[in-house]
Design a protein around this ligand. Structure first.
Ligand code: ABU
Length: 376
C-alpha cells in the first residue's frame, strides 16, 4: 500500500474519508467503513506549475511546498489548529451520530455558545506549547486564521452557527503535491475552510495542486444513519491510477475518525485499538505488517471528553520513524513506543483533547521528506 495515509472515515467532517462529509456515517451494524489509500506503483518525479505574478513556471515534485506520501517520513512543515473562539455545535442529527450520549446534555446546554472559557484558555496555551515544541524539533509551523465562529449563517438548506478551526486533519488532506479540501459532515463546520484559504492560496501560488472535493448540500433528507460509499468512490476515482483506495471496517458504535482506531506509524507498522477490531486485519498480516495494540488510555475518568473517546492516547503524530509526539501523562503508551525503538516527545494537551482530538487531529502534514513507495 502506498500511501499509508489513513483517510478519516466517520461522521465529524471530512472525517469521512477526508471527504464527502455526509457520505459517511455509522453503519447500522456498528461496523464502520474506513478507507485509506495506497499506491499501486512508485510514481516518478513529476513537474508542477508555479504561479509567479502572471507567469507559470515549473517546479519538481520534491521542490513543491506541499509534498507528503505517508505519515512517518521526516516532518518539515505542519499546520496546527487553533482553539481560539471555539464554539459548541448545536445538537443536531449529524452530531448525535458520533457523540456519546452521556455528552448530549453538554451540547444541550452549550450548543451555539463558546466552549467553557476557562477550559478554552488552557487549551490555547497547550497548543501554543505544542507549536513551540514542534519548532524546537525543527518543524515549520503554520496556523489557520482567527475567525469568529459565533456567527449564525443560513444556506438554502439549513441554518447553523460555526464551530472551530482546531482540527486541520479533518478538512485538509495532502496526497503528494496535492492539497485536498474536504467537506464537513457537520453543518457547524460548513464554512470552516475559510480559516485555511490564505495558507492554501499561498501553497497554490508556490506550485501545489489544490482540489476542493464536492460539498454536500446538508439538507435534512441527505442524513442517514447508515454509512454510504460515495465519498470513498469519489476518492477512488480522483486518485486513480496512481493510488489504490482500500476500504476497511471496524467495530465502533460511535465512529468518528479512524485515528483513534487505526493509526499507521511506520512502514508496515500500525496501531490498532484493541476495543475496535478490524474486519480486514489479515490483509495487513499477509503483507508482513506488524500490528500493535496500544495499552488502555490513562486519562482520568473525570476529565471532560466532549467529542471523543479516551483513545486519543494513540492519536499520535510521528515526527519521523523514530520520534513521536505523545501525551505527557500517558506513560503506558510512552513505554510501548520505547519498546518499539521510538522516542516519545512528551507534550500535554489534555484540555485541547476535550475538543475532540489528539496530536494527529490537531495537525495536518504539509511537507514530509520522502518518496512514494508501495507497502503491499
Ligand atoms: N479523531 C478522534 C477520534 C477519537 C476516537 O476514536 O474517539
Amino acid at each position: 500500500m502506498l500511501r499509508v495515509k489513513c483517510l478519516r472515515g466517520g461522521c465529524r467532517g471530512a472525517e469521512a474519508i477526508h471527504l464527502l462529509g455526509s457520505m459517511f456515517g455509522r453503519a447500522l451494524t456498528g461496523w464502520t467503513q474506513k478507507a485509506f489509500q495506497s499506491s499501486s506503483s512508485t510514481a516518478g518525479s513529476q513537474m508542477q506549475g508555479k504561479v509567479v505574478g502572471d507567469h507559470v513556471t515549473e517546479t519538481k515534485e520534491q521542490d513543491c511546498p506541499v509534498c507528503s506520501y505517508n505519515e512517518w517520513d521526516p516532518l518539515e512543515e505542519v499546520i496546527v489548529g487553533r482553539a481560539e473562539n471555539s464554539h459548541v455545535p448545536p445538537l443536531t442529527v449529524e452530531v448525535k451520530a458520533c457523540i456519546y450520549e452521556n455528552c448530549w446534555p453538554f451540547y444541550q446546554k452549550y450548543g451555539g455558545h463558546s466552549f467553557p472559557e476557562d477550559h478554552l484558555k488552557k487549551a490555547v496555551a497547550e497548543i501554543e506549547e505544542l507549536c513551540n515544541i514542534l519548532r524546537h524539533e525543527g518543524v515549520t509551523v503554520r496556523r489557520p486564521e482567527l475567525i469568529d465562529w459565533s456567527q449564525v449563517y443560513t444556506t438554502p438548506d439549513f441554518t447553523s452557527s460555526g464551530m472551530y478551526a482546531a482540527m486541520p486533519r479533518d478538512i485538509l488532506l495532502v496526497v503528494g503535491n496535492e492539497i485536498i479540501e474536504a467537506p464537513m459532515a457537520w453543518r457547524s463546520r460548513f464554512f470552516e475552510y475559510r480559516a485555511y484559504r490564505p495558507l492554501i492560496k499561498e501553497y497554490f501560488r508556490k506550485g501545489a495542486k489544490w482540489t476542493t472535493a464536492p460539498k454536500p448540500t446538508m439538507s435534512d433528507d441527505l442524513y442517514d444513519p447508515v454509512t454510504n460509499y460515495m465519498g470513498i468512490e469519489w476518492m477512488r476515482r480522483h486518485l486513480a491510477p496512481d493510488y489504490k483506495v482500500h476500504t476497511i471496517s471496524f467495530k465502533d458504535p460511535n465512529a468518528m475518525h479512524i485515528d483513534g482506531t487505526f493509526n499507521i506509524i511506520g512502514p508496515g507498522l500500525g496501531l490498532l485499538n484493541p476495543e475496535r477490531p478490524c474486519e480486514q486485519i489479515d490483509m495487513f498480516y499477509k503483507a508482513g505488517w506488524t500490528i500493535v495494540k496500544p495499552p488502555t488510555p490513562m486519562i482520568p475518568d473525570d476529565h471532560p471528553m466532549w467529542m471523543s473517546s479516551k483513545w486519543l492516547s494513540m492519536n499520535v503524530l510521528m515526527l519521523d520513524e523514530k520520534r513521536v509526539l505523545v501525551e505527557s501523562n500517558e506513560t503506558s503508551i510512552q513505554n510501548m513506543f520505547e519498546s518499539l525503538g521510538i522516542k516519545p516527545i512528551k507534550v500535554s494537551i489534555l484540555h485541547a483533547n476535550s475538543l475532540g482530538g489528539g496530536f494527529h487531529c490537531w495537525t495536518t502534514d504539509i511537507r514530509r521528506r520522502g518518496t512514494l513507495q508501495s507497502y503491499f
